[in-house]
Design a binder for this molecule. Sequence first.
Ligand SMILES: NC(=O)c1ccc[n+]([C@@H]2O[C@H](COP(=O)([O-])OP(=O)(O)OC[C@H]3O[C@@H](n4cnc5c(N)ncnc54)[C@H](O)[C@@H]3O)[C@@H](O)[C@H]2O)c1
Length: 306
Amino acid sequence: MKIIVTGGAGFIGSHIAEYLVQRGDDVTVLDNLNTGKRDNLAKISDKINFVHGDIRDYKLLEKLVNDTDGVFHEAALASVQQSFNMEDEYFDVNVNGTENILKLGKEYGFKIVYASSSSVYGNPKKIPIKESDDREPINPYAKTKLKDEYLAKKYSEMGVSIIGLRYFNVFGLRQSKEYAGVIKLFLEKIKHQMPLKINGDGLQTRDFVHIDDVVQANILAMKSDIKREFFNVGTGNSISILDLAKIIINASGSSLEPIHGPELSGDVRATEADITLIRKLLNWEPKMRLDNWLTKIISNKDFQNI
Ligand SMILES: NC(=O)c1ccc[n+]([C@@H]2O[C@H](COP(=O)([O-])OP(=O)(O)OC[C@H]3O[C@@H](n4cnc5c(N)ncnc54)[C@H](O)[C@@H]3O)[C@@H](O)[C@H]2O)c1
């Protein structure tokens, strides 16, 4: 298959691209290297077509999508904190850039599987969160992701096949600093035998889902006959940031107590996915447990690659 991965030099996109190359697909990665890195594609650099470009460049996109079978659209500006100071830029990349992909999907007839976010829900009224629950985003980044969902709905009603995956907190090798970045930050502190810093009381909870499981959700979504849907991609389990800190401290044998800083603005209090729909319609099941992964990483002392 001929596939394009936008944002393919980033955390999630590079793992999708690696999987596709292993499977034998013809892969084009489009990335402007804003947060993405060529290093993330080191294993497959001679097996892909890498295009250094911007999803806002419609003419460039048009040249690439000509005979494509599908697009995994991962490119975005993805920092909640940064989005407060760069609202226009976030809108331009995340909304206008995404609309370019959707428009081309309509013109050229390829399927789109794209990265939405659990942040569209804002602070949920109940846990676990179902796809049909209210979407009330509480920061500018999440608002762009909700606008994308409105656009995805609009274009799917015009006949484009679009699946939006609402990722919860994705973790794994090469993870970016945002979202599950707390894991990366904690492991870096522990590596240097420094205390872990928690924003706020640490009782905020997160549903952490492993990158390999996220790649599989993307692959199954692209393969399925389903033409329009939004799916939660989480595990159905959540953990508080305080408990996460304790697991890491215990696994590393450290005796340092965590320290607390101020709460972050725009930080939701609780997330946990209801994954009934994706289990049922895509036959997807998360396999990697956070505690097992952490213990393995810490016992290997393999912190360099995180
Ligand atoms: N990591 C998570 O836990 C998580 C959770 C929810 C949603 N998401 C979404 O998943 C997607 C991938 O996130 P990630 O964690 O891999 O982040 P990332 O920052 O590692 O990847 C985003 C990629 O997009 C590229 N990019 C940014 N602006 C671009 C532009 N204008 N043109 C072309 N490329 C551009 C960046 O250079 C980067 O490589 C994003 O859409 C993000 O909003 C991620």
